[in-house]
Design a protein around this ligand. Structure first.
Ligand code: ATP
Ligand code: MG
Length: 211
C-alpha cells in the first residue's frame, strides 16, 4: 500500500489542492490520498480562520467523488497546535508496512526548517514536494541538514533511506488567501473551488473581517 498524507489548513480547500493531489497520485502511483485539515495551524494567525467544522465539511464535499481521496480527522480531534510530526507518527503506526508520502507544496517546503521537530520528519516518511506558482528557482534543503542527504536527479535520498522527491504539477495559481479576499470583496469564487464548496461558502460568512 502506498499512501499520500496531505496536510493543510484548507481555509478553504480549492482546485489547486485537488488537481495537485490528483497528479501526485498518478506520478507516485498512490493507492490513496489522505487529506488532513489542521485544527490549529502552528504558523498561521487565528484571524480569518474558518471553524474546523466548516473547513472539514468543505474538504469532505470536495473529495467525495474521488475514490482515492479520503479525509482524516486526526488533527481536528487532537488538541493544541497541529504539528505534522505528530500526524506522521500516527500514520506510521496506523499504516505500518505501507509506503508513506507526506505531500507539501514548494512554498511550504521552503519553510520546513522552522517546523516543530522537522529533522525527524525526514527519517519517518518520504516527502513529495509539489511545484506551485510563482515557482522558486532552487529546491533548498534546510542547510543544517545538507550532509544528511544524497542528491539524485529527481531530488534527494535521506540517510534513513527515505526520499525527498520534487514533482511538477500543472501550475494553478490559486490560493485560499485569494479566495478569502474574493469573498470579502463580494467577487465570484466560481471555478476556483468545486461547486459544492462554493455553495457551503456562499451561504454565510465563515472567514471574518480579515486584517
Ligand atoms: P493560504 O493562502 O491560506 O496559505 P493555501 O492556498 O496555501 O492557503 P494551504 O492550506 O496553506 O493552502 O496549503 C496546503 C498545502 O497545499 C501546502 O503544502 C501548499 O503548499 C499546497 N498548495 C496549496 N495550493 C497549491 C497550489 N495551487 N498548487 C500546489 N500546491 C498547493
Ligand atoms: Mg498556504
Amino acid at each position: 500500500m502506498r499512501a499520500g498524507l496531505f496536510g493543510g489548513t484548507f481555509n478553504p480547500i480549492h482546485l489547486g489542492h485537488l488537481r495537485a493531489a490528483e497528479e501526485i497520485c498518478e506520478a507516485l502511483t498512490l493507492d490513496r490520498m489522505v487529506f488532513i485539515p489542521a485544527n490549529i495551524p502552528p504558523h498561521k494567525e487565528g484571524h480569518e480562520l474558518a471553524a474546523p467544522t466548516v473547513r472539514e465539511r468543505c474538504v469532505a464535499a470536495a473529495i467525495s467523488e474521488n475514490p482515492l481521496f479520503e479525509l482524516s480527522r486526526v488533527e481536528l480531534d487532537r488538541e493544541g497546535p497541529s504539528y505534522s510530526i505528530d500526524t506522521i507518527k500516527h500514520f506510521v503506526a496506523e499504516y505500518s508496512g505501507a509506503e508513506l508520502w507526506f505531500i507539501v507544496g514548494e512554498d511550504a517546503f521552503a519553510e520546513i526548517g522552522s517546523w516543530y521537530q522537522f529533522k525527524e520528519l525526514f527519517s519517518l516518511v518520504n516527502i513529495a514536494v509539489m511545484s506551485r506558482p510563482p515557482g522558486i528557482k532552487a529546491h533548498i534543503l534546510p542547510s543544517i541538514m545538507e550532509e544528511e542527504f544524497f542528491a539524485e536527479e529527481w531530488g534527494y535520498i535521506h540517510s534513513s533511506g527515505n526520499a525527498v522527491r520534487f514533482v511538477s504539477v500543472t501550475p494553478l495559481d490559486i490560493s485560499s488567501t485569494a479566495i478569502r479576499e474574493a469573498i470579502r470583496a463580494g467577487r465570484s469564487i466560481r471555478y476556483l473551488v468545486p461547486e459544492t464548496v462554493r455553495e457551503i461558502l456562499e451561504k454565510e460568512d465563515h472567514f471574518g473581517p480579515g486584517e
